[in-house]
Design a protein around this ligand. Structure first.
Ligand code: CA
Length: 237
């Protein structure tokens, strides 16, 4: 089996060294660099499967690096955050990051998150996603009023115009729409989309729903499709 390549961008060399050693012990191919500009250069040339990205970095900070990576390469990113205000920025902005972990963290926790992200990536690649979804042996195209969801093509269109969705936004939309009319709890969404080994909190679901609404609703303040069900979660109408 091909070894997964992981890039670490972290200016604290003792942390980077320790992450590298631990990931190598797990059998991953690991490179690291200590500033944002080199991080970007490595991301472009090495095309890693996953990037572990510190936020406070010399030359170019982690947010900037991630923005460019998501635009050019869509490589999954796990942010390393040092302060709680960084966490709210990670959650509040549409960064497309797959996860974040706050310093100080345990290596065991970091490794299990790395594994979870890579596993999700494999699942998405092998298109086994649809089989994980309840009541959804669906394939093909589904039209809900102005929204067309093309499951095989992993595309979503509104009034014929392609909408760019991040992988998890797409999965949420497919999951909710395949359970149309049913209230789905945040816990269920966390389990189905992020996996039961996900450590994050339920706010993650709300943040992704907010992004999704902005993209697929004509007026995200008055959603027609993605309805909040109070004290439960969400429903697709
Ligand atoms: Ca740093």
């Amino acid at each position: 089996m091909k070894k997964n390549k992981i890039l670490i961008v972290e200016d604290e060399t003792n942390i980077a060294d320790s992450i590298k050693l631990n990931l190598e012990a797990e059998g991953y191919n690991v490179e690291y660099t200590t500033d944002g500009q080199m991080g970007l250069h490595y991301a472009r040339t090495l095309k890693p499967d996953l990037i572990i990205l510190d936020i406070m970095l010399p030359k170019l900070d982690g947010f900037e690096v991630n923005k460019i990576i998501q635009k050019e390469l869509s490589i999954p990113v796990i942010f390393l955050t040092a302060k709680s205000d960084e966490i709210s920025t990670v959650l509040g902005l549409e960064l497309g990051a797959d996860d974040y972990i706050s310093k100080p963290f345990s290596m065991r926790e970091l490794i299990s998150r790395v594994k979870a992200v890579l596993r999700r990536l494999e699942n998405t690649k092998s298109h086994s996603m649809s089989s994980q979804i309840n009541n959804n042996p669906q394939k093909g195209k589904f039209i809900y009023d102005d929204i067309e969801i093309d499951i095989d093509g992993r595309r979503v269109l509104r009034n014929g115009n392609l909408i760019h969705l991040k992988p998890k936004e797409f999965e949420i939309l497919v999951y909710l729409s395949s359970n149309q009319g049913m209230a789905i709890s945040r816990d269920t969404l966390l389990d189905k989309i992020w996996g039961i080994d996900y450590f994050g909190d339920k706010r993650t679901v709300d943040v992704h729903l907010r992004w999704l609404r902005k993209k697929i609703e004509l007026d995200s303040q008055k959603p027609k499709h993605l309805i909040t069900v109070r004290n439960v979660g969400y429903r697709f109408d």
